[in-house]
Design a binder for this molecule. Structure first.
Ligand code: SF4
Length: 237
């Protein structure tokens, strides 16, 4: 079988989104061609890295998960872009095997692809909606599919750098809610942007909270606590 091109496997506490504060094993795939302008993990862009066999990745997850008296049973598959066609078959094989072993699987999806066979079989999908400051566009049909088909096991996440990002997110959300007669319930999280290398952007954070409150708080504002605690550049935390 093709090897899994993995950047790192490590235990850390989830630092963002609605599962913030939850310890888990992260399997970070190496390789992304999406090119967000404010990407904070450019070291994961290059696909040209050594691979590991599925067995090696599973062994590493099991070793790390088993190190603790209270065994960790959660895995977050992230990247890079774990749904890139170069990764997707290996990610799917990994997820299937981890599910058989009783792990709860979260997938960090970059918002450019939906893979039904994988989404159907895992526990949670964190799906990016790209804002103007990222320079990337999310296909609204894919976003809508996640809202409708995976409503109960997904969150949408948007990085907000400024008012333009907020208004673009709000307008998209409202047009989908109107289309679906205000029945969409999947949580949508706003993540105040950190520019690469930036220390805690307190003013921007307050601004994003203020935007949300001024519009009736349709979203949840959740920052990246690992960056507050460890600074913007520390890896694998
Ligand atoms: S999808 Fe993620 S890893 Fe890829 S460029 Fe965007 S932020 Fe960076």
């Amino acid at each position: 079988m093709t090897q899994l091109v993995v950047n790192s496997i490590y235990m850390a506490t989830e630092g963002e989104g609605i599962h913030i504060g939850t310890p888990q094993i992260f399997v970070r795939f190496q390789g992304c061609s999406i090119g967000c302008l404010n990407c904070d993990s450019k070291e994961t862009w290059d696909f040209d890295a050594a691979g590991l066999s599925l067995e090696q990745v599973l062994n590493e997850v099991e070793t790390q998960a088993g190190k603790y008296p209270y065994r960790i049973k959660r895995v977050s598959i992230t990247g890079g872009d774990p749904l890139h066609p170069k990764h997707a078959p290996q990610v799917e094989a990994l997820a299937m095997e981890l599910k058989k072993r009783g792990y709860y699987i979260n997938l960090e999806a970059a918002g450019t692809r939906v893979l039904d066979s994988l989404f159907d079989s895992i526990d949670f999908i964190s799906f990016d909606f790209k804002t103007p400051s990222t320079g990337v566009k999310t296909n609204i049909k894919l976003l809508e599919k996640v809202f409708v088909q995976y409503a109960s096991k997904a969150q949408i996440k948007s990085v907000i750098a400024d008012k333009k990002d907020f208004e673009f997110t709000y307008d998209t959300y409202m047009s989908l809610q109107q289309k679906h007669e205000y029945s969409l319930t999947t949580p949508w999280v706003l993540t105040p942007c950190y520019e690469p290398g930036e220390e805690f952007p307190k003013e921007r954070f307050i601004e994003v909270i203020n935007f949300n409150e001024a519009y009736g708080s349709p979203f949840r504002v959740i920052g990246q606590q690992h960056k507050w605690i460890h600074g913007p550049n520390k890896q694998n935390v």
